[in-house]
Design a protein around this ligand. Sequence first.
Ligand code: SAH
Ligand code: SF4
Ligand code: F3S
Length: 466
Amino acid sequence: MTDTRTAPKKVLIKTYGCQMNAYDSDRMADTLAAEGYRPTDDLAEADLVLLNTCHIREKAAEKVYSELGRLRVAKEEAARMGRRLTVGVAGCVAQAEGEEIARRAPVVDLVVGPQSYHSLPALLSRAAAGERAIETEFAIEEKFARLEAAGRAPARTPSAFLTVQEGCDKFCTFCVVPYTRGAEVSRPVERILAEAEALAAGGVREVTLLGQNVNAWHGLGPDGREWGLGELLFRLAEIPGLDRLRYTTSHPRDMDDTLIAAHRDLAELMPYLHLPVQSGSDRILKAMNRRHTADDYRALVDRIRTARPDIALSSDLIVGFPGETDADFAATMRLVEAVGYAACFSFKYSARPGTPAATRDGQVDEAVKSERLAQLQALIAAQQDAFNRSKLGAAMDVLFEKKGRFAGQLAGKSPWLQAVQVEAPEALIGTIGRVAIERLGTNSLFGRLIGTAGGAGAPALAEAAS
Ligand code: SAH
Ligand code: SF4
Ligand code: F3S
């Protein structure tokens, strides 16, 4: 029976950082829904605000404190109106600096690290009782178990994320992730298959497997053999309705033969791979503890492109790592030129407390970092433009995900992760259509619907076209 005496409580979740955080925010919303919380975007009506934070670079971490400053004002305002606003900090900053947050920001009622989201309801009760609740224990397996027990609400879009792996054992010398997310843990095959099947049954057409090091995923297959991500993808491709599979983020060291074969053999596996290289200089790669050379990476790219010639690649790159000289940076530019990316994320090195590189000699001047980043970004922008241009006039399958920017338009995604705008009826959301690309915008391609791409969406598409 519904309780009509009290209005439902409302939670506002603000998400920063990577897709793992986006996924976790949705799971926290699911957990809180079971506690009677409805989601809201409006701070004025929220009973609970959760900041799901990122610690990867200094700028990202500092955002939390400025946001908490704003929340202090909102909390005082709410108190004047006789309402209680509970403020929580989740995510990687919570994990890395839980105690410091509590000290620096009295506005905070609860702090919860990514391994402890199963404790959210208990922490909320403690906060409601006036206690400051801080939980940053490392119990990652328990996190999976409890989140799974809470169940997953049906997906709201035709594309969904699915976490298969968490944490990282690679310890790149610049990176906080092994400390904030802890050791690598893989979810068991049967859990992943059950979630994927439920998503497909709920109308999801595209699943992106997530993990900090997604291709380090491994598990015992139903055939009694140890599976890697490649074997898992072959099995996932058998699920009816799952027309598109992706995974991110992968490490070059974990691209094994079966995974490369999956790119060759599976039409469902989209021709796009995010394969971060960070630097093109062997000296810097070694100092970063990436455990491969620039030539290893180039050879790997060749093998992947032989398996799947139309694959588009993207990467993460860091400029100004400690000790990086002009020659090292030139090697990065050469590598990017040689590979030819469809897109790249590039960052100035940011010294992170507790990581080995932070205290090394040879920290690079801010002005030099800015100069290198500008040069690199110009090259990346030119490559991205060239890639998008290469699709002009092409016909491609587009998954329609939501309404577009203008009336009558739908926004979709190309196999190569490009945003595509098409004039098409709303009924086609969740289907895959054949689209001719006619024009390039700044952030998306514009195309014309020319037919169906088969699959579950085909009948609806045929009706709409007739
Ligand atoms: N697991 C992924 C990356 C996770 S972090 C991988 O191994 O590729 C995402 C990106 O942030 C990294 O690829 C790196 O390019 C960047 N990054 C991480 N730590 C950084 C730091 N201290 N300074 C600048 N960029 C950083
Ligand atoms: Fe960080 Fe390296 Fe692990 Fe990626 S592989 S999460 S960059 S430590
Ligand atoms: Fe940031 Fe944590 Fe993701 S540090 S990039 S939110 S794993």
